[in-house]
Design a protein around this ligand. Structure first.
Ligand code: SAM
Ligand code: SF4
Ligand code: SF4
Length: 354
């Protein structure tokens, strides 16, 4: 018997049992991880200032999942078929040491794409460290180029210039094609749409207009405040003709369009007027370890207790696969009917991210 055969390293077996499709046949392919429920902004459509007293009880550090716990759950999710991770919040850059978490997640075998959504205020400080840690993509939120309207959309916090500085910092750090999210509220920032389109035409960045959604319970959502994406497309098309592009993949939330004159791409997330629940492969993990199977779910499934209670990875895998297999969520497709029936209670957006 040869000694080297006895000492040769045993190849590490990575367990991948793809989660069963949910009750509507949708795979589990994306995970959005909220790392903190706090935010330095108070956007009225998400976390309206008048609803949050200064002493509002946000999660305490020990209630939040630690980096070890997030990494472990992310590995379990990836082993179940998740390929894309998105780090979000609240404002994710308020979570201390975020680049370290990113570098841990970047090493997960099987994970193909990792993005971060941020309001940008702190990005210049972290862009390079995030890039070096292995983050692939960044989405920045920017609702107007007009300083007054911007501040109104951010709840009186932040400055447009900070976001533009964040764009430049991200470019310098090597993030070449950013996504720029703009939520449009009728009567508030509609007039910001064309200037934003003009600003990002001809760049590699993809501006995306998002319909205002009835997330959470506190934002006083009204259907007449939603500006349908089709209306925005008509306006933009009248100035700079657009042509539809095919989606990169069916689970993408935005429809893709390109400027006919070659000035790049623009997207529309028509989540209210043209829901896309049929292709929704997204799970959401809150900062305190609850698994939400829909952005409009009323409650989540606690993964922190089993995690801290010493359950094995196999047990966590079975738990998550079981939850996913029963998933029948399609709130946006049933919005009118459910709202009429009084189903108005949803998890707050800042707890589960976008
Ligand atoms: N704080 C970060 C930010 O604003 O980019 C990340 C978290 S935030 C909840 C993620 C995304 O959700 C942002 O682009 C934000 O504009 C969007 N969002 C928040 N509330 C929304 C609403 N009621 N309707 C549509 N989009 C919303
Ligand atoms: Fe904060 Fe983002 Fe919500 Fe605005 S949208 S309040 S920046 S979490
Ligand atoms: Fe997915 Fe729920 Fe949004 Fe439908 S409403 S696309 S199921 S998160």
């Amino acid at each position: 018997m040869q000694a080297e055969n006895l000492t040769a390293p045993v190849p590490l077996k990575i367990k991948t049992i793809t989660a069963p499709a949910d009750a509507l046949g949708r795979a589990l392919a994306d995970l959005r991880i909220s790392v903190i429920d706090r935010c330095n902004f108070r956007c009225p459509y998400c976390m309206p200032e008048d609803q949050y007293a200064h002493d509002h009880a946000f999660l305490r550090a020990r209630e939040r999942l630690s980096f070890d716990e997030i990494e472990r759950l992310a590995r379990v999710f990836v082993s179940l078929g998740v390929r894309k991770l998105r780090i979000t919040g609240g404002e994710p850059l308020l979570r201390r040491g975020l680049p370290e978490l990113v570098s841990r997640l970047a090493r997960i075998e099987g994970m193909e794409d990792m993005a971060l959504t941020t309001n940008g205020a702190l990005l210049p400080r972290f862009a390079l460290a995030l890039r070096e840690a292995g983050l692939h993509r960044i989405t920045l939120s920017l609702d107007s180029l007009d300083p007054e309207i911007y501040r109104r959309m951010a709840g009186g916090r932040g400055e447009v210039e900070q976001v533009l500085t964040a764009v430049a910092a991200a470019e310098r750090a090597g993030f070449d094609a950013l996504k720029i999210n703009c939520v449009v509220l009728r009567g508030v920032n509609e007039e910001s749409v064309l200037p934003l389109a003009e600003r990002f035409r001809g760049t590699k960045h993809v501006l995306r207009f998002i319909e205002y959604m009835d997330v959470g319970t506190l934002n006083g959502w009204r259907a007449d405040r939603v500006v349908p994406g089709a209306e925005l497309r008509t306006r933009i098309h009248a100035r700079w003709p657009l042509m539809p592009l095919s989606r990169h993949d069916s689970a993408e939330t935005a429809t893709r369009w390109r400027y006919v004159d070659g000035a790049g791409e623009i997207g529309f997330v028509d989540s209210v007027s043209a829901p896309f629940c049929g292709d929704c492969t997204r799970a959401r993990l809150s900062a305190d370890g609850k698994l939400y199977t829909c952005l409009f779910a009323r409650s989540g499934h606690d993964l922190r207790a089993p995690l801290r209670g010493g359950e094995s990875d196999d047990a966590l895998r079975a738990l998550i696969a079981g939850i996913w297999s029963l998933r029948g969520d399609r709130y946006s497709e049933r919005r009118a009917e459910l709202r009429a029936a009084g189903v108005l209670e949803h998890v707050e957006m800042y707890k589960v991210g976008g």
